[in-house]
Every structure is written in structure tokens, then in C-alpha cells.
Design a protein around this ligand. Sequence first.
Ligand code: NAG
Ligand code: NAG
Ligand code: NAG
Ligand code: NAG
Ligand code: NAG
Ligand code: NAG
Length: 419
Amino acid sequence: MYSSRLLLTQLAGLSALVSLSLAAPVEHVDAFGLKPFVVNISKGVPRMLDLVNQTRLPDRPEYAALGSSAGIALDVLKRLQTEWTDDFDWHREETDMNKYNHFTAHIEGLTVHFIHQRSSDPHAIPLLLNHGWPGSFLEFLPVISNLTDKATTSTGKPVSFHVVVPSLPGFAFSSPPLANWTVDDTARVWNTLMTRVLGYKTFATFGTDWGAGPAYSLYDNFNTSTRAAHFAFLPFFPLTPDQLAEQNITLSSSLEQSEEQNFVEWTTTGNAYFMEQTTKPNTIGLALQDNPGGQLAWMGEKFISWSDPRAGTPPSLLNSNEILRSVSLYYLTRSFLSSVYIYFQNPHGFKSSYTKAQTDAPLLFSSFRYNVAFWPPALVEQVGNLVLYKNHEFGGHFPGLDNPPALVDDLREIGNYWV
Ligand SMILES: *[C@@H]1O[C@H](CO)[C@@H](O)[C@H](O)[C@H]1NC(C)=O
Ligand SMILES: *[C@@H]1O[C@H](CO)[C@@H](O)[C@H](O)[C@H]1NC(C)=O
Ligand SMILES: *[C@@H]1O[C@H](CO)[C@@H](O)[C@H](O)[C@H]1NC(C)=O
Ligand SMILES: *[C@@H]1O[C@H](CO)[C@@H](O)[C@H](O)[C@H]1NC(C)=O
Ligand SMILES: *[C@@H]1O[C@H](CO)[C@@H](O)[C@H](O)[C@H]1NC(C)=O
Ligand SMILES: *[C@@H]1O[C@H](CO)[C@@H](O)[C@H](O)[C@H]1NC(C)=O
């Protein structure tokens, strides 16, 4: 019974591959209802743009001298509002998204949406990329095609990836989970997706922001299938400068000191949204669910203040159009409300005591100068088998958007440790 079920699911994985290579939709009758998916939600665009156009922002800032220190600046929001109504083209964005192979599958009662882009190299490493909030699968579009390409690691080993980018439950096209759902449940579903739906016996994973939760849970709890993990964020609460000193951890460079300072700023003046979404997600969720301009202020502030001040200049692709298409995706999929519940559902999603994962698999870590949280190598090595730690002067909280070449290079280093 078990083995024939396994065979069936392997066949399902195989037919997904066949459908990819034929680039044509194929009907799948299998346990997971795997089928190709096309992004096609332009029906909601006229209402969205009407609402944006009808949102009347004040003529001038209440306290101009505060700039953006009290939240997103009025002039920034107005510029984005004008760009949204006058220059933004959802059809163009949809066409761009549909260059990738999207699928949906049914796992544990959830509809799971994901991109599955295979390398032409049969020895490619299966790689699951986990986005966070206010991100989405869009965070990784700039890196997918280079990751599938045949390349080499820094030591000359050949490397390429079969890339899988799911939408977290409750985000974009993945259905909202049960009220008591945690990132550990998501990890279990992702393990099923990789091994049983797609037929990969082993895989590597990457996580950032809330995506670090399921990625770390896979690393810790699914150690036979998850054979490498790479993070730009950890599901452990970072330490304050005093707590670092108590642990005798000294910061080794001005880069590390400035990154630690970002965390101090986040934890003192930048975490009210975190408390709101952890304690009363329904209030902010309902307030903004049908309010695209409100979502732009709430999430746009994060995109801007959590990324490199040079955002939008090379190598960063995080420009205003990228912010607008990300917010549009939340609005058009009506997933803002369900997305903010991830905080409420995971009150202990960022653990305060550092414990080591139960695995011998390699762990890689990438820091980016303008990220909002910082873990020096001495902390990262407490949670896993740290084999590589990289620190970048350019980029911030959304490495796939604000320093995509560095993320590609660092992910390729997995090839040096993959067995
Ligand atoms: C999107 O859906 C509409 C029907 O709602 C259909 O006419 C159109 O062809 C679809 N577009 C794509 C790209 O599939
Ligand atoms: C915005 O609304 C005004 C009327 O209130 C209308 O004249 C204008 O064309 C609209 N602009 C856009 C881009 O829809
Ligand atoms: C989560 O909620 C569902 C439905 O209410 C219930 O069946 C399940 O046992 C709950 N799980 C946990 C871990 O409490
Ligand atoms: C830090 O160093 C002091 C002095 O060398 C030592 O007493 C203390 O145990 C150390 N603390 C930790 C957490 O290693
Ligand atoms: C996986 O975890 C179990 C404990 O849950 C441990 O006994 C085992 O050694 C681990 N395997 C590897 C390959 O790290
Ligand atoms: C992808 O590869 C091309 C060709 O090597 C390069 O020009 C580009 O910068 C790379 N992009 C990323 C995001 O790594």
C-alpha cells in the first residue's frame, strides 16, 4: 500500500516535470491535485486604482521637520500614489510573473501555490526559497533564472538548482491556514511538497524574515530530507548590545556594529507593527483589507526603511514599481488580512533561547548591512552547523530584491557542502 502510494506521488512529480518541458497544462489526477497555475487577477485592478485615486492625502505634512522619523513621509507616499494611478501596469507585471512555471497543489487541506523552475542539469540541487512579510514569492523572481543556470562555486565546483518558491499559507495564492497554524506546520507541508509532490528525496532551503521559521524547522525537524540550509534571518530573537556583552560576544568590525545598531533601532522605534500584528491582527487586517492606499503606507514604509538607502540603484531592483507590484499582489489576492495573522499564530516564532538544531547538515548565513536584525557568527553557530558566514556592505531585508547577485553567489556556495 505504502509503496504503491509512493510510486503514485513520484509519478505525480514526474508528470509535473513533463508538463514543464511541454510547457502546456496537463490534467493531473493524483493525491495532491497538482496542476499548473497562471496569475490572472487583473479583474480587481480598476477598483484598486479607483480607490487609490480617491484617497485624499493632506496637502502638506503635519510636521515636515520630522521627515520619515515618525513613519512614511507624506511626499514619498504621494509620489507612490501618483505612480500607481499614472504609470503602473498590472498586465505588464502579470506577464513578468507568468514567465515562471506556477503550480498549485492540495496538502493537508491547504491550497499551496508555488513556482517550480527546473535546471537543465539533472544533478541540480533542489532548493526551496522561503519569503517573509511584507514580502511574497516576488522577492525571489530576480534570482530564479541564475540559480537554475549551470555555474560554479567559489572553489570551482559545478552547481545549479531546481528552484521551488512557495507562497506561505495565507499569502498571495496559498489559502489561509487554520487559526492555530504555526511555522512548524508550514515546514511539514513544505517537506511533503518537496518529497512527495515533487519527488525530491533531499533538498536545500533558504529563509528570510518569517520564511526563516519554516526553513529552520525543516533544518531542525526534517534532517533526512533537508540537507543544507541558508539564512538571511533567524527564528531566534537577536541580542541587544548588553546581552551580547554578557555573552562575551564582541563585534568585529564597523559593519557589524552598524548592523547591531539597526537592530537597536528596530527594537526601540520600529516594532509597533510587530506588536499590533501579534496581538490584534484582525483590527489592522480589516482596516486595510480593502484599502490599497493604506496597505501602501503600512507595507511601503517597511520596504523603504528596511532596505538599503541606495535601493533602486544597481545591484538593487527594489524600486518604487517593485513596491507597488508587491502591494498590488496583497490587495488583489485579498490576502493582507490573512498574511498578518502569521504574527498572531506564532507568538514564539522568534525564540529567546538559542538551541542547536538536531542535524549534521551545513548551515550558511548571509548578513546584509541594512537588515533590521543582526546575528554575529558567534550567535549563528549556536543554532546549527555553521560552515559559511558572509557579510555584505550593500543590501538589507530583502536580499533577493536589494542585492540579488550577492544572494545568488551565497546560495551557490551550498554546492561546496552538498553531498
Ligand atoms: C485571464 O482570465 C480571463 C477570464 O477571466 C481570460 O479571458 C484570459 O484569457 C485569461 N488570461 C490568461 C493570460 O490566461
Ligand atoms: C482620478 O479621479 C478623477 C476624478 O475624481 C478623474 O478625473 C481622474 O481621471 C482619475 N485618475 C485616474 C488615473 O484614474
Ligand atoms: C488546530 O485546530 C484544529 C481545528 O480546530 C484541530 O483539529 C487541531 O487539533 C488543532 N491543532 C492543535 C495542535 O491544537
Ligand atoms: C564572560 O567572561 C567572563 C570573564 O572572563 C566570565 O566570567 C564569564 O563566565 C563569561 N561569560 C560567558 C557567558 O561565557
Ligand atoms: C536527526 O535527528 C535525530 C533526532 O531527532 C538524531 O538522532 C539524528 O542523528 C539526526 N540525523 C542527522 C543526519 O543529523
Ligand atoms: C545573472 O547572470 C547574469 C549573467 O552572468 C549577470 O549579468 C546578472 O548580473 C546575474 N544576476 C543576478 C541577480 O545574479
